[in-house]
Every structure is written in structure tokens, then in C-alpha cells.
Design a protein around this ligand. Structure first.
Ligand code: ADP
Ligand code: MG
Length: 560
């Protein structure tokens, strides 16, 4: 190496290095993601520039990334045949942080390790993350449009300065050698590296190759390179090219579920928002569906680079059972969980994906048998929808299923649309009854008049039902009415004669009402003659706006 120079790192780099080494210890493996991602970027840049200048490929047009390790030498080496860097590039890229606002950002760091580690995570550590595991890094690189005599070697111990020297380098692209710290030697391991490659780079479409050593018949070691990642992003392929089997396998990969999904929805969207989504409806509920802190959300990629698992910001809670992948160009590669909460693009993506999710369920509902499987597993989660997502409550309402007096079965399989279709002439409301169990609902005295008149009533017995009904005000222009509350107005279903007869009875029995009222005294608000009942002598009715039994129990359970 000739013409060696030593440079000091930019102040911000020194701060970043110091913070990173001290605060990202528990998340050290991300160095591999960062370096592979840079290698993939370098290949993408070459590919892009070669569109105008095919000569950049030279005799080597097969873009790839290679990872090697040497446990004895305590090194990991990453290699790419991407765009590479000139001497000036190296000094600028690996000596400063070019991003605007960096200095400002660094000023916000407090010196409090915990707080700063969160901030540093938002910032993105990039190339410098190599120093989390290495006490010395050597970079050898040559830019694709320069000659073999214009290679550069960069070396640093990550302590304030780095050196650059000119070298001969036949291959274009970049090689990075990490000299591992003693406490990071675990990473110089074939198995560990392969796992990390699968975790972080499986769906980078470039092949990430690793060495495989095998003994031949004579016992000689044979070394050959093999691709360690699957090297295709499934969601990037067009729908027509992906088989059902591949979708199912991919689902298992992202969900860690052993069984098949019920359905999926694969969409590529271009325009104001740019994203590809691949969403799945699982066939069964995970054990922790109702645990607040359970992992949920989508696998997030930005420009095909894996960013995080369980990105929860892109779907509402009531669709938390949906699994899948979101790959978008609308977020920055440096995005973190914390940053997602502030990014206005996230809301737009969320409302787009919510729509996709609801559409996927609507499609699934066309197959009543499949939909029933879904409903039995996830129905009560979907019932959280109208309360959480006011804007979509009509759409959600269409997806709800109930048991009703029509079928008199505990199976929740009747839609509101079906109910409306069966409504009696003159009936203007959708009637429902809330009870603790299906049997209690079915034999409730409140149903007597409805059964007599052949008016259908929804039988609601899930814990969430009363909460649901307090947020569902209308369906198809019809309001909902609790048969156990307030005055019973059957609308035009009753004729004038019946009404008159009822009034007369009420008058004739005024004495009786008075005596019952005295007997019950403080225990009731009011006693009335009713025509709700045909067989039972009496029933208890709640005032119109009173909280129902279930709600009271829920509030009590919540300590209110
Ligand atoms: P970012 O990737 O966000 O730009 P990094 O710290 O990861 O930030 O990398 C800094 C810069 O160094 C990159 O923008 C790129 O110009 C250069 N660089 C890093 N790795 C490579 C590589 N393997 N090949 C070519 N250039 C690279
Ligand atoms: Mg990077």
C-alpha cells in the first residue's frame, strides 16, 4: 500500500461510535443486516448505472454478496461486486455522516445511555455498526469505473481516526474484514452466520453466498460456494407466478404457524403510496390472541430490505390476527419503531392496509364454510372493530355474524344483511337481546312477543357484544333496539286495534299496578302493564339508556 494518510473522524462519527459501542450491546447482530444491506445497495447502484453503461460489469455481471469467516483468525469478511468506492468516496462515506440534521441530532443526545440507545436506534447506525463487534475494520474497495491500480484500503480501530492507502485491486466492489472483539467471536461461526443471513437477508433478491466445505471420497476438503438465502422476494413476484403452495409455505415462514392460512391477499400499489403487501388470514387463533403485549403486526421491509418483525402500526387492533409482509418505498430505511409513531406516511399505509384486510375478509365470506372457520376463531376480535374504527364500521358490520331466533342455534352464522332481508313489513328496527349464555338468551321472556309475531331477534352472548352494540348504531339505515330496554315499540308491525286493546287493558289494571308498585317500593323505578309477554306473568326491563348487565360486569371487572 502506498500514499497512506491518516484522517480524524468527523465529530459526529466519533460521538456515534462511542454511543453505539456502549449502548447497542444487547442488539449486536444488527451489524450483519447493516453491512449486507450496504452491499445490496452497492449492487443496486451498479445495476442502475450499468443501465447506461454496460461496460461497468466488465466480465463479471453476476451481482452477489459473499460472507466468509475464519474462527482462528477471528474474522468475518463480507464481499460484494457492486459499485465500489474511490479514495475520495471512502474518505467522505466512511469518515463522516453525510445525512442532513446529523449534528442537530447529536446535540439531543443526553449522555444517558438508555435514552441515547433509543435515539441511536432511530438514527440508524449503518456502516459504523461493524464496530459493535469488531475492534478493527479493514475495507478494500475499487470503484467500478476506475482501473485496478486505483483500489483503496481503509483501516480503523474505531477510536477517532482512520487511515487510507492506495492498493492494487483486480476486482471491483468492496470487501470488509471485521477483526472481531474477543467477546464477539461467537459470530465467526457458520451456523450463527447462516441463521443471521436467513433472518435478515432471505428476501434480498441478491444471492448471499457462503462457503461449504465437504470431504470427497479421498478425504480431501472440497470448498464450494452456495447461496445461503432464498434470494427472491416472494411478494415482488407477480401473483400469477406464485403458486398456492408457495404462498402457504411463505405464510408458515412469516407466521411460525404450522397450519395453512385460510386466505391471502397480495397487492402491488403504485402512485401516491408505493407499497406491496401480502396479507394472510390464519386458520386458527394463536394462544395469546387476547394478551395485550402479544406480538402482532406485519413484517416490514423498506425497498426489500428487512426492517423489523411485528410492525404493529399498519393494522388496527381488531385486525391483529392478520399476518404478512409490507414492503414500501414510502418509509426511510432508517425507520425504527419510535419513528414509525411519528411518520405521517404510516397513517396512510394503515388505512390502505385496513381496507385490504377488510376486503380480504369480504372475499373470504363468499365461502360460508371457510368464513365460519374464520368467524369461530376470530369473530369476537372483529367485534372490537366498530368501536375502534368508526370510519369503517359499515364494512365491519357486513362481516359480523350472529345467532338469531331465526335459526335458534348457538352457531353465529347469520349476517345483518340476511336479517334485514327477513324483516317483517313495517318493521324498522333490528332487534337484539343480550344474555350470559345462549340458553338464557333463547328462553328469555323478552322474546315472547317477538316469537308470537314472528319477528327475528339477534341473540348476543359474547362478552364483547354489549360493547359492540353500543358502537353499532345503524345497519343499512335501520337502527338497533335492545328488546330488554325501554318502551317496546314494534313500529307498524302492530295494528291500530292491537294498540287500542293494549291501552284499554292498561287502564283496567291501574289498581294492580299500584299495588305491585307499593310492594316492590324502592326496588324498582316503575311498574307497567306490558304486552311484551305472552306466557310469563312479569319481566324486568331496563330503562333505555341504562348500562346493560354485561357492560356493568365489564366495568366492575375493570375496577370502575
Ligand atoms: P447509508 O447506507 O444509510 O448511506 P451507511 O453508514 O450504511 O449509511 O453507509 C455510508 C455510505 O458508505 C453509503 O451511503 C455508501 O456510499 C458507502 N458504502 C458503505 N458500504 C458500501 C459498499 N459495500 N459498497 C459501496 N459503498 C458503500
Ligand atoms: Mg447502510
Amino acid at each position: 500500500a502506498t500514499h497512506t494518510e491518516t484522517h480524524g473522524f468527523q465529530t459526529e462519527v466519533k460521538q456515534l461510535l462511542h454511543l453505539m459501542i456502549h449502548s447497542l450491546y444487547s442488539n449486536r447482530e444488527i451489524f450483519l443486516r447493516e453491512l449486507v444491506s450496504n452491499a445490496a445497495d452497492a449492487c443496486d447502484k451498479l445495476r442502475y448505472q450499468a443501465l447506461d453503461n454496460d461496460a461497468l460489469y466488465g466480465s463479471d455481471s453476476e451481482l452477489r454478496i459473499e460472507i466468509e469467516h475464519d474462527a482462528e483468525a477471528k474474522t468475518i469478511t463480507l464481499r460484494d461486486n457492486g459499485i465500489g468506492m474511490s479514495r475520495d468516496d471512502v474518505v467522505a462515506n466512511l469518515g463522516t455522516i453525510a445525512r442532513s440534521g446529523t449534528a442537530e441530532f447529536m446535540k439531543n443526545l443526553s449522555g444517558d445511555q438508555q435514552k441515547d440507545s433509543r435515539l441511536i436506534g432511530q438514527f440508524g447506525v449503518g456502516f459504523y455498526s461493524g464496530f459493535i463487534v469488531a475492534d478493527e475494520i479493514t475495507v478494500r474497495t475499487r470503484r467500478a469505473d476506475l482501473g485496478a491500480d486505483q483500489g483503496v484500503e481503509w483501516t480503523s480501530r474505531g477510536e477517532g481516526e482512520f487511515s487510507v492507502a492506495d492498493i492494487e485491486r483486480a476486482e471491483r466492489g468492496t470487501e470488509i474484514v471485521l477483526h472481531l472483539k474477543d467477546d464477539a467471536i461467537e459470530f465467526a461461526d457458520d451456523h450463527r452466520l447462516r441463521n443471521l443471513v436467513t433472518k435478515y437477508s432471505d428476501h434480498i433478491e441478491l444471492p448471499v453466498r457462503m462457503k461449504r466445505v465437504e470431504k470427497d471420497e479421498e478425504g480431501n476438503e472440497q470448498v464450494h460456494w452456495e447461496t445461503a438465502n432464498s434470494a427472491t422476494a416472494l411478494w415482488v413476484r407477480s401473483k400469477s407466478e406464485v403458486s398456492d403452495e408457495e404462498y402457504k409455505n411463505f405464510y408458515k415462514h412469516v407466521s411460525h404457524d404450522f397450519s395453512d392460512p385460510l386466505s391471502w391477499s397480495h397487492n402491488k400499489v403504485e402512485g401516491k403510496l408505493e407499497y406491496t403487501s401480502l396479507l394472510f388470514v390464519p386458520g386458527r387463533a394463536p394462544f395469546d390472541l387476547y394478551q395485550r403485549d402479544a406480538a402482532r403486526g406485519l413484517k416490514l421491509y423498506v425497498q426489500r430490505v428487512f426492517i423489523m418483525d411485528d410492525a404493529e402500526q399498519f393494522l388496527p387492533l381488531y385486525l391483529r390476527f392478520i399476518k404478512g409482509v409490507l414492503d414500501t418505498n414510502d418509509l426511510s430505511l432508517n425507520v425504527s419503531r419510535e419513528l414509525l409513531q411519528q411518520d405521517p406516511q404510516v397513517d396512510k399505509l394503515k388505512s390502505a392496509l385496513t381496507k385490504r384486510g377488510l376486503d380480504m375478509l369480504k372475499k373470504l365470506a363468499k365461502d360460508p364454510e371457510q368464513y365460519q372457520t374464520f368467524w369461530n376463531q376470530f369473530g369476537s376480535v372483529l367485534k372490537e372493530g366498530p368501536a375502534e374504527d368508526f370510519a369503517n364500521r359499515e364494512k365491519i358490520a357486513e362481516l359480523l355474524r350472529f345467532s338469531t331466533t331465526e335459526t335458534d342455534s348457538a352457531t353465529q352464522d347469520q349476517s345483518l344483511a340476511q336479517y334485514v332481508e327477513r324483516m317483517k313489513e313495517g318493521q324498522s328496527k333490528i332487534y337484539y337481546l343480550v344474555a350470559d349464555s345462549f340458553n338464557a338468551a333463547k328462553s328469555s321472556p323478552h322474546l315472547e312477543i317477538f316469537r308470537k309475531k314472528g319477528i327475528e331477534v339477534l341473540l348476543l352472548t359474547d362478552r364483547i357484544d354489549e360493547w359492540l352494540m353500543s358502537h353499532l348504531t345503524e345497519f343499512d339505515g335501520k337502527s338497533f333496539a335492545d328488546v330488554a330496554k325501554g318502551d317496546l315499540d314494534l313500529g307498524d308491525v302492530e295494528n291500530e286495534e292491537e294498540k287500542k286493546a293494549q291501552e284499554e287493558t292498561a287502564k283496567a289494571k291501574e289498581d294492580l299496578v299500584k299495588r305491585v308498585k307499593e310492594a316492590l317500593a324502592e326496588n324498582v323505578q316503575e311498574v307497567r302493564i306490558t304486552h311484551r309477554l305472552t306466557d310469563s306473568p312479569a319481566c324486568v326491563v331496563l330503562p333505555e339508556h341504562e348500562m346493560g348487565y354485561q357492560m356493568r360486569k365489564m366495568m366492575e371487572a375493570a375496577g370502575q
